[in-house]
Design a protein around this ligand. Structure first.
Ligand code: PNS
Length: 164
């Protein structure tokens, strides 16, 4: 029996900035899904380091090898965006048990609001399990070297930001 069903997955996040851990998850997502939409939240309540356009650009550069990946941004509820895009899966990465509580809560809320969309958790590669965007920003602010934590194009843009 053949199935026509396509797995369209959304990988949502702030990606401020994209890290090697995020990129690892994009690679895993692209192997799993027919089409992966990396979706950046336009969050008006947070002052980001990079604009949404800069983040889109950075992810496109870093993920250019993945033919079935697309980069987009969204406002409002994730489940509404998933419905508009015809996505049946939300992908989220789990680095450590400390991520689980918030992720579980988010997944259950999203499932209650839109039962057709399942959240799938993927374990990030263990070599990336300690990396977070928040720490990257802190290291950059303290003038440290982030080149082993983020893709080269992101490291370059971080240096160009001259955060002080
Ligand atoms: O990278 P982040 O900041 O952990 O990503 C969080 C994100 C963007 C996935 C989450 O905040 C989100 O989905 N926001 C959209 C608003 C929404 O749908 N909220 C209800 C579910 S918590």
């Amino acid at each position: 029996m053949t199935s026509e069903r396509r797995l369209v997955a959304i990988y949502p996040g702030s990606f401020d900035p994209l890290t090697n851990g995020h990129l690892d998850l994009i690679a895993r997502g692209c192997r799993l899904a027919d089409h992966l939409i990396v979706a950046i939240l336009k969050n008006t309540q947070k002052q980001p380091l990079f604009s949404v356009d800069e983040r889109i650009q950075m992810i496109r550069e870093a993920a250019s090898d993945f033919a079935n990946a697309e980069v987009d941004s969204f406002e409002g509820l994730l489940v509404d965006y998933a419905a508009r895009r015809g996505a049946n899966v939300i992908l989220r990465g789990i680095r450590a048990i400390s991520d689980y509580e918030t992720e579980l809560q988010m997944a259950l809320i999203n499932r209650r609001m839109r039962p057709e969309t399942e959240t799938i958790f993927l374990m990030s590669g263990e070599e990336y399990s300690f990396i977070s965007s928040r720490m990257i920003k802190e290291i950059i602010m303290l003038k440290g070297d982030v080149s082993s934590f983020v893709p080269p194009s992101v490291a370059q843009r971080l240096r160009a930001k001259k955060v002080n």
